[in-house]
Design a protein around this ligand. Structure first.
Ligand code: PGA
Ligand code: ZN
Length: 434
């Protein structure tokens, strides 16, 4: 029997969790196997991300339509892929060649990723294994420790607070299933607390609450209280994390950060000092994008000062781009990489970033976007690539739960809790040190 080859790729425009158009691709193999994949979309995007192709036709979806990206697949990609085996490295290399630009702006990173991810699914189907197993290759699969959004600010919640995400990490949980349970308990307790204070419990883009709190400290206070109310011990069972998303608070002209909720404008050193004070006061173990995406010196300084105590994650800083990760390694900027498939656009390049980070001793957090689809692939990627941590948003809304639930299925398939990352991925084996 000959190995199946790609018979066709068909794409369509679907809607993401914000009701904005995104790309879905169906890939059919010569043996009749049919798989689909769809791609997410960010709101607080970095400047160094691969380019999403949007139609710009204001008469449809305010210019956000993706008919041009769908056409990239129909007119350029599908003809080139027909007759080829679904081998990831080969298909991804071909996609890069067809596009021919450094930022994937010709075909669109949204078109390219839909096909790249569908190729991964097709290869898994040919091998007769689940996607996570296929992505693991010769490596050992690991269930990730989740980092879960509870309160949103920034561009995801009408800038009620400056910092974009206030998250919890159930670092003391023995299994993924128990970690998820604890996050749901804290989320519920937080909702009750906010309601009791007469604050809105309406949800932001990623399902977190977006209350009008007076300050960042007030958000951290209510989060600590919610953990306590859920019967868990802050700092032991459950620890805190922030995504400052500082690029979006940064004024490039003056080089300063505008913190409306603190009523102040500060420079990188002052923002670093402010974050250090929060780390001193609260059980914060991780801060993402504490500074703007091109402030390499500021990042190096912050990492030297705080990197021994907390995880310093580069999201907009690295944009899942290997060259930027290399630059960060040289500069000593960050000690962890946020990994988003659509920041770079192919599965091969995404896996290469995870691999390089691991080799260099940087931690990885496999992350969703604020605009997501029902595709659960992120969960498979986190397990297969043994990323250690996953960031999906809150424990609400089906586009998020599609991934959390997929991890429950994978936990069952893996059998037992042996493969759960747990607190050790944070560099804390001892609960006393959290
Ligand atoms: P985005 O934000 O998906 O809106 O870009 C997510 C993040 O900053 O982590
Ligand atoms: Zn971020």
């Amino acid at each position: 029997m000959t190995d199946p080859v790609i018979a066709n790729v068909h794409a369509r425009e679907i809607l993401d969790s914000r009701g904005r158009p995104t790309v879905e691709a169906d890939l059919t193999l010569s043996d009749g196997t049919r798989v689909s994949a769809s791609v997410p979309s960010g709101a607080s995007k970095g400047r160094h991300e691969a380019v999403e192709l949007r139609d710009g036709d204001a008469a449809r979806y305010g210019g956000l339509g993706v008919r041009r990206a769908v056409a990239s697949i129909a007119d350029r990609i599908a003809p080139a892929l027909r007759g080829r085996p679904p081998v990831q490295a080969e298909i991804d290399a071909l996609l890069l060649e067809l596009d021919g630009t450094p930022d994937k702006s010709a075909l669109g990173a949204n078109a390219i990723l839909a096909v790249s991810l569908a190729t991964a699914r097709a290869a898994a189907a040919v091998a007769g294994v689940p996607l996570w197993r296929h992505l693991a290759g010769a490596g050992a699969p690991v269930l990730p420790l989740p980092m879960v959004n509870m309160i949103s600010g920034g561009l995801h919640a009408g800038r009620q607070l400056d910092f974009q995400d206030f998250l919890i990490i159930p670092a003391g949980a023995p299994t993924y299933g128990e970690a998820l349970h604890q996050c749901v308990a804290v989320y519920g307790a937080l909702g009750e607390l906010l309601a009791r204070r007469g604050l809105t419990t309406l949800k932001a883009d990623e399902g977190g609450y977006g209350p009008p709190l007076a300050s960042h400290a007030a958000a951290l206070d209510v989060l600590v209280e919610a953990i306590d109310r859920a019967g868990l011990t802050p700092g032991q069972d459950v620890v805190l994390a922030l995504d400052v998303a500082a690029s979006h608070l940064h004024d490039a002209e003056t080089g300063t950060y505008r913190l409306a909720s603190e009523g102040r404008v500060c420079d990188a050193a002052e923002l670093t000092g402010l974050l250090e004070e929060l780390v001193d006061r609260y059980p914060i173990v991780s801060i993402e994008d504490p500074l703007a995406e091109d402030d390499w010196d500021g990042w190096a300084h912050l990492t030297a000062r705080l990197g021994g105590r907390i995880q310093v994650i580069g999201d907009d800083l690295f944009a899942t781009n290997l060259a930027r990760v290399e630059r960060g390694l040289k500069a000593g900027a960050a000690n962890a990489v946020l990994v988003k498939m659509n920041q770079i656009g192919t599965i091969s390049e995404t896996l290469a970033v995870v691999e390089r980070a691991r080799e260099a001793g940087l931690r990885t957090v496999i992350s969703a976007r604020s605009g997501e689809t029902e595709d659960p692939a992120l969960a498979d990627l986190a397990v297969g690539a043994a990323g250690g941590q996953i960031k999906i948003g809150s424990v609400a809304q089906s586009e998020r739960l599609a991934k959390y639930n997929q991890l429950l299925r994978i936990e069952e398939q893996l059998g037992g809790d042996g493969a759960f990352a747990g607190r050790s991925v944070l560099g804390h084996d001892n609960p006393e040190s959290l």
